[in-house]
Design a protein around this ligand. Structure first.
Ligand code: AHM
Ligand code: MG
Length: 340
């Protein structure tokens, strides 16, 4: 259940009110969140008119992961990075679209920001929801002039804020600074994000499972049996559960947050370490889900406690409502023992 609000509060007002609750706050994190909010509005505008302005489709190049780059991916990347560069409080950005770290003009800036500028980009051409994801850390060696990639290799529990923007039937920005989750819906008529949910809570149990079942044959036995469990009939737990899979992690996580259930991207033959990226997909969305009362694990370790070794590393993920994820873990453990 979430708390509905009646009073109209904009994202900027909300961020400033939240900052005022902490007398020592410098306002830098608030500024950073407002910068992301502004970039999100610009990206949302382009997403909505992409078909008209010919931003749909590939730009002809491939990014360093070997994936074809969509024009909107590049646009979103540029918008977010230049918004963060403008206010001179972020020293570096790590983005799915860039191989190494991106050093910004303020090398002494306090924050390190991870970005997936446009997640789910294979859905762009078919007019299905896509999203942007961000994850924010403080640079620990702040006064060391040498900015290194290793400065960014911090576990998810050190995130000071994280969130996503979902470009769906409406544009929603959802973020946490570690004291609950708030969501804002963009009102295009006034160009403002308006607070729509405060203290977002994920249901403890949901009746939806979300996974790409095309890889079924290469899953571990525990996962195969858990999915079979989801499909069995049982009135008490409301099974069979419904299967829903959009193929945009932001959209699948947003639905999971609202309706409950479980989202899984496991390891498979094609993706032995899972497909999704630890630092700019799994950590930020796990932070949101945990702050809403849910769980996120790689199958044995809490996602946010994984010590990263590389900025673009991947991880399997099981995330969502507490009861659903716990049940999935029971199956993984049970069949792990059997095969041991
Ligand atoms: P992307 O960042 O290149 O768009 O890839 C990530 C996306 C996620 O949004 C989504 O959960 C996943 O890839 C879907 O992958 P698949 O098509 O293998 O199910
Ligand atoms: Mg992505």
């Amino acid at each position: 259940m979430s708390t509905k609000t009646n009073k109209l509060v904009t994202l900027d007002e909300y961020i400033i009110q939240a900052q005022n609750r902490f007398p020592g706050a410098t306002g830098e994190l608030s500024q950073l969140l407002r910068d992301i909010g502004l970039a999100a509005k610009i990206i949302s505008r382009e997403v909505n008119k992409a078909g008209i302005t010919n931003l749909l489709g590939v730009d002809g190049s491939t990014n360093f992961h070997g994936e074809s780059v969509k024009k909107l991916d590049l646009f979103a990347d540029q918008q977010l990075i230049s918004a963060l560069d403008r206010s001179l409080i972020t020293c570096m950005v790590i983005s799915e679209e860039n191989d190494g770290i991106v050093r910004l003009n303020s090398q002494g800036g306090k924050y390190i920001v991870y970005l997936d500028p446009l997640d789910g980009s294979s859905n762009i051409d078919v007019n299905v929801s896509i999203g942007s994801i961000f994850s924010i850390y403080v640079r620990e060696a702040r006064f060391d002039p040498k900015l290194e990639e290793s400065d960014a290799l911090q576990p998810g529990i050190r995130q000071v804020a994280a969130g996503y923007v979902l470009y769906g039937s409406s544009t929603i920005m959802c973020y946490t600074t570690g004291i609950g989750v708030s969501a804002f819906t963009l009102d295009p008529s006034i160009g403002e994000f308006i607070l729509s949910e405060d203290k977002f809570k994920i249901p403890d149990h949901g009746r939806i499972y979300s996974i790409n079942e095309g890889s079924y044959n290469s899953w571990d036995l525990g996962l195969k049996n858990y999915i079979k469990y989801c499909q069995e009939e049982d009135d008490e737990t409301g099974r069979p559960y419904s299967a829903r899979y959009i193929g945009s992690m932001v959209a699948d996580i947003h639905r999971t947050l609202v309706k409950g259930g479980i989202f899984i991207y496991p390891s498979s033959r094609r993706y032995p370490n899972g497909k999704l990226r630890l630092m700019y997909e799994c950590n930020p969305l796990s932070f949101i889900i945990e702050q809403a009362g849910g769980i996120a694990t790689d199958g044995s370790t809490r996602i946010m406690e994984i010590q990263p070794k590389a900025i673009h590393e991947r991880t399997p993920i099981y995330v969502g409502s507490k009861q659903n994820v716990e049940k999935a873990m029971e199956y993984l453990e049970k069949y792990d023992e059997v095969s041991a």
